[in-house]
Design a protein around this ligand. Structure first.
Ligand code: NI
Length: 188
């Protein structure tokens, strides 16, 4: 495991659950409960061996994500963002494979800008801005989009999207997949 958190890992919600497909509520209370949610999200991300995790992925419709991810210079970035907003992106576009803990299937190639800047708040409510390159830029965009109810597969064409969804399998550390038919997922 890459990291440690005093929090408790929670089950990861899988594609098809409405919490993943709807915009989140902004955070207005920067309290102990929020700090606890962040610790649980870090614990969950480490168990799942992800590089980022949005609150919706543990079934919480609040605008929060955590990350522990390397950038294009192999520098490690670990942190959280509350109420994130994409403020800038810059090219050139990078086309590499992307995946999502809430879409436990094969990865798919997706173009993303080389760098991204996201602004938001920290857990005390102070304004912060984070810029990333390479995989870290991809992570910042992927997680910010989660909180708007968008999954990376929503950027794929119908054929690629259905290829991913038809191959999803539960992760060993998570619960069984929900009973949602594949055709429902593809049309939804
Ligand atoms: Ni994801």
């Amino acid at each position: 495991m890459r990291g440690d958190s005093p929090g408790q890992a929670r089950p990861v919600v899988v594609v098809g659950d409405p919490v993943l497909h709807n915009p989140t509520e902004p955070v207005t209370a920067f309290d102990d409960e929020l700090a606890g949610l962040l610790e649980d999200m870090f614990a969950t991300m480490y168990v799942a061996e992800g590089v980022g995790l949005a609150a919706t992925q543990v079934g919480v419709s609040r605008s929060v994500f955590v990350y522990d991810c390397h950038d294009d210079d192999d520098v490690r970035h670990k942190g959280h963002l509350i109420n994130p907003r994409i403020v800038a992106t810059a090219g050139p576009e990078q086309r590499i494979e992307e995946g999502c803990l809430s879409v436990p299937g094969p990865y798919a190639t997706l173009g993303r800008p080389f760098s991204a800047t996201v602004s938001g708040q920290d857990k005390q409510g102070n304004p912060i801005e984070v810029t990333g390159t390479g995989l870290f830029a991809r992570c910042l965009l992927h997680e910010t989009e989660h909180l708007a109810g968008t999954l990376y597969i929503d950027h794929l064409n119908r054929r690629k999207r259905s290829r991913v969804l038809q191959a999803i399998e539960p992760f060993p550390w998570n619960g069984p997949l929900p009973q949602v038919s594949t055709s429902e997922l593809i049309d939804g």
